[in-house]
Design a protein around this ligand. Structure first.
Ligand SMILES: Nc1ncnc2c1ncn2[C@@H]1O[C@H](COP(=O)(O)OP(=O)(O)OP(=O)(O)O)[C@@H](O)[C@H]1O
Length: 318
């Protein structure tokens, strides 16, 4: 099965500036792939090549098995796109926009269904889109992208301009689409959203991929301490528990009815829970993992991650 997106040595220069630098990107069919990177990393340029809005300087790209340069029409027929900085036709209504998108794709969707799916309020359907807020405009753009049940959705900053409810709704729509078998490829600066929906992420830096993996694997690779807190009843004897003897545990602290354990290796968490559970009843588990923002910073700036420093607390060893 062809990957949904494949680039080989993809390079795009603007004069002396290399916006995309020998990029090899594979996005599998059916996955939700988050395309991340700081401003200017080359995400939009990559997306524009995928859609044949820009020609590569070197290398090539395939979307749904078609070459972006020789088969752009076949790609557009099966792909839904929410472009960066989508702008509306000021004098057309929301309904007319969607009707236009349906006509262009020679599809047979019901415009009302699409507008409901993106939660654009019904009172706005017949209003001129020139009056829309950024959030409403994004919803309209998404409705147009969803026309004809695309096999691939390419969304450039889909959450831009959305309030928290809108972001949540966008997340739900992305999941629904993926559940229907659609591959979703989206760029975003909304890291919590990316974390909530993506199967894998690619982090761009200076036109190349600094990392591609699941968020869990990126966490493992970056290492760094993760902390879990186990609420227990009753508090077990620290000596009998001897958590520091578990491989990958840095230290453990008992406080009130909770044990806080810092693991240098995240895989140790499972062993910790098993060990505590063998001694007492675990009533709750809170895991404080490296958040995606920290991971992102490590891959894009190389700065050391600031860790929650609990070194001063007493260890459960006495
Ligand atoms: N048409 C263009 N002409 C000249 N330079 C360009 C052009 N488009 C993009 N660039 C440059 O290419 C680099 C990559 O830009 P790009 O828009 O792809 O980054 P991005 O990762 O999408 O950033 P953002 O998150 O801000 O959208 C930047 O330095 C940008 O200034």
């Amino acid at each position: 099965m062809a990957p949904a997106i494949r680039t080989e040595n993809l390079t795009k220069r603007f004069g002396s500036l290399t916006a995309v630098d020998a990029l090899d990107l594979h996005v599998e069919e059916g996955e939700i792939f988050g395309f991340l990177g700081p401003n200017g990393a080359g995400k939009s340029t990559t997306i524009n090549v995928l859609l044949d809005f820009l020609r590569p300087t070197e290398g090539r790209a395939e979307v749904l098995g078609y070459d972006t340069h020789s088969d752009p029409i076949a790609i557009r027929q099966r792909t839904g796109v929410l472009p960066e900085g989508f702008s509306v036709y000021d004098r057309l209504t929301a309904m007319e926009h969607v009707e236009y998108a349906i006509e262009t794709k020679r599809a047979s969707d019901a415009p009302r269904d699409l507008l409901s799916r993106v939660h654009l309020q019904e009172e706005a359907w017949e209003r001129k889109a020139g009056e829309f807020s950024k959030g409403m405009t994004q919803r309209l753009a998404l409705a147009m992208a969803l026309v004809d049940d695309p096999d691939l959705l390419i969304l450039d900053e889909p959450s831009s301009g959305l309030d928290p409810t809108g972001i949540q709704e966008m997340r739900d729509i992305i999941r629904e689409e993926a559940d229907r078998g659609t591959t979703v490829f989206f760029s975003s600066h909304q890291l919590p959203q990316v974390e909530a929906v993506c199967d894998r992420v690619g982090i761009m830096r200076d036109g190349s991929m600094a990392a591609v993996d699941t968020i869990d694997n990126l966490r493992d690779d970056v290492g760094g301490a993760t902390t879990i807190e186990l609420e227990v009843d009753p508090m077990p004897d620290a000596d009998a528990l001897d958590l520091p003897a578990v491989d990958g545990v840095e230290h453990a602290t008992g406080r009130g009815d909770a044990i806080e354990v810092t693991c240098s290796d995240p895989r140790a968490k499972v062993d910790v829970v098993k060990r505590v559970d063998a001694e007492t009843t675990v009533t709750d588990i809170v895991s404080d993992e490296t958040d995606l923002e920290e991971l992102f910073n490590q891959y894009t700036s190389g700065d050391a991650v600031e860790r929650d420093d609990r070194e001063q607390e007493a260890e459960v060893t006495a």
